[in-house]
Write a protein that binds this ligand. Structure first.
Ligand code: SF4
Length: 594
């Protein structure tokens, strides 16, 4: 970005097969640059944008693009992915990964096609919301076919949980990847390509996908999934008693029916959207037809947003959540981190730990969606209290250490929308997640609830490690995990896909082994920043404060039980007791791109 120059670096088969793509490519490229990177928001930090070898192909969910960087929110290894069409287009332009470094003199966008990569100054994009920026870039390029990933005001203002947005509301939401773009004066990346994607065995790919489509579409829950997408999770989680409510104090929300998937379907949904080529079409386009938010139209919310901008803030009005969702998409901020931090602020004011004068005179209270929307704007524009909140949990704790019992985070990342006191394996999943307290690496709730209390530490550790291996494999291949999670799609099918695409036969176990190695690699990156056992614990709210409502009243994460799991977890990973991979492990990643 500094010089405006670019170069193309080919990589060899050995590199491609070892790191696979997506998160694997990103982690390796970041590892190679680590010693040069001082500050995630410094020009020396790199942002790797990498789809996977299955992105853009004819198969369910082959639509994901990964963004990998040192994370502004946590200061350690970070990644986040988006669906939509962006990654497909990038591959069709001829690229498996972009590595973006430096700092442009003026606000710019990056233009990429099969012939050129250009840094184009565009100061008129300053302050534009994500969707407007996307529209303006398309207009400048005089093409509706161009795919654009953009940031909103939050990314420009270096909000540490700023997102990157594409196709209206597909977001790389976590870790603050939008702030990395902002720190480089990069407002958007626009890409156009028309190349065929490399597939060794096209007939084999077609056969596999015909089988996959048949299996998915005959699944008993296929239509229900299309109708509700991730909103179908609200009822399950609430009735299971793990639905974070009022800053994780309670686990059942009395107004859940007002904000669940059925309510959405009945009163708000007007259409579906899907990522590239995906038959599951889980995006819900919703419109508010009456009331104070009349006219609001947005894609979403997904489950996490319904919880974090809904029950977690005491909001039982679907229209208000949709408006909050739309604001976050437009401003370019993560709904999970935002809802989590605002929950802490409301509780702090309601409990008297903070005074209204600490929060710009706002008398914050549960369920006040008007105030919540004001806070979202303040965060994105770094106004008043929003400037502090824009720094994330760590900044809040640095100012007000007395809020330690209230904040729910791991490694500086605000926890997502499943309580972990009722299913202790989920506490381990959050605690050991390589980017912080995010659910996407391991979601063990369902299996542990099914087991009905019969699980020992080893059952929990085994499931967490399996999830932390299979799910990141999806992130390396560039596919969506939802067909597997929601419709029981057979994970070994992905080894078949990878085999027909590369022309090199692979078993699932071989791919899992590579994913497991990348888990070591991301840990090594963070360990170089001081991460170890001390960072792998649940927050005080999970360890010390009992659940107040729901079937798990009185439950906390027992520290001795957690320690037992953590010891076993390190043993099974072959890490030292302090949570760091042994010294020799790093050597296996010293290979070159060739
Ligand atoms: S399941 Fe949903 S999020 Fe995943 S690729 Fe398909 S449409 Fe996109």
């Amino acid at each position: 970005m500094t010089s405006g120059e670019s170069r193309v670096v080919p990589f060899g088969d050995k590199f491609a097969l070892k790191y696979i793509g997506g998160r694997g490519f990103g982690a390796k490229l970041l590892f190679d640059q680590l010693s040069n990177i001082k500050d995630p928001l410094g020009p020396e930090n790199i942002l790797v944008v990498a789809p996977g070898p299955l992105t853009g192909l004819y198969l369910p969910g082959g639509a994901k693009t990964h963004f990998v960087s040192m994370a502004p929110l946590t200061g350690i290894y970070g990644d986040s992915n988006m669906g939509g069409n962006f990654g497909t287009e990038l591959r069709q332009a001829g690229y498996d990964a972009l590595v973006i470094a430096g700092l442009a003199e003026r606000l710019s966008y990056l233009w990429i096609d099969e012939e050129e990569v250009a840094v184009v100054p565009a100061p008129d994009l300053a302050g534009k919301e994500c969707l407007e920026a996307e529209r303006m870039v398309k207009e400048k390029l005089q093409s509706e076919e161009v795919r654009v990933a953009s940031i909103g005001p939050a990314g420009e203002n270096l909000v540490r949980f700023a997102t990157i947005n594409t196709d209206w509301s597909r977001n790389a939401g976590r870790c603050g990847m939008g702030a990395v773009l902002g720190s480089k004066n990069l407002k958007a990346i626009a890409v156009r390509g028309g190349k065929d994607l490399p597939v060794a065995d096209v007939a084999g790919l077609r056969l596999l996908t015909e089988r996959s489509m048949k299996e998915l579409s005959s699944h008993a829950l296929f239509e229900f999934w299309q109708q509700q997408g991730l909103m179908s999770v609200v009822d399950y989680v609430n009735s299971a008693g793990i639905f974070p409510t009022r800053n994780y104090a309670e686990n059942v929300f009395e107004q859940a029916e007002q904000i669940d998937g059925f309510r959405m379907e009945k009163e708000y949904k007007i259409g579906d959207t899907a990522c590239f080529g995906c038959p599951m079409s889980c995006g819900n386009i919703c419109l508010v037809k009456n009331g104070k938010y009349k006219g609001t139209i947005a894609e979403g919310p997904e489950y996490e947003t319904a919880c974090m901008l809904g029950s977690n803030l005491g909001v039982g009005d679907f229209a208000a959540i949709l408006r909050g969702n739309q604001l976050c998409d437009d401003l370019g901020i993560d709904t999970i981190s935002s809802g989590n931090l605002i929950g802490v602020m409301i509780e702090a004011v309601e409990s008297g730990l903070l005074k209204p004068s600490d929060v710009d005179g706002m008398k914050l209270q549960w369920g006040d969606d008007g105030q919540i929307n004001v806070l979202l704007e303040k965060i994105a524009h770094r106004e008043g209290i929003g400037d502090l909140l824009a720094g994330g949990t760590r900044a809040v704790l640095a100012r007000w250490p007395q809020l330690t019992p209230l904040v729910v985070h791991v490694k500086g990342m605000e926890q997502s929308a499943y309580d972990s006191r009722s299913t202790i394996s989920m506490a381990l999943a959050y605690g050991t997640c390589d980017i912080g307290a995010h659910h996407n690496r391991a979601w063990t709730v369902g299996k542990e609830l099914e087991a009905g209390g019969s699980w020992k530490a080893e059952d929990r550790v085994d499931l967490v490690i399996y999830h932390q291996t299979i799910r990141p494999l999806f992130d390396m291949l560039g596919v969506c995990r939802l067909p597997w999670i929601e419709l029981g799609f057979d994970e070994s099918r992905y080894a078949e896909y990878y085999s027909v695409v590369t022309g090199v036969p692979h078993t699932l176990d071989e791919l899992l082994e590579r994913s497991r190695a990348i888990w070591d690699l991301t840990r090594l990156i963070s360990a170089a920043r001081g991460v170890g056992r001390k960072d792998d614990y649940p927050p005080p709210r999970m360890l010390e404060r009992a659940v107040e409502k729901g079937p798990y009243v009185g439950r906390v994460v027992e520290r001795s039980e957690y320690d037992e799991m953590l010891d076993l977890y390190y043993q099974k990973r072959g890490w030292r007791e302090d949570g760091v991979p042994p010294a020799g492990r790093a050597r296996s990643f010293k290979d070159s791109l060739g």
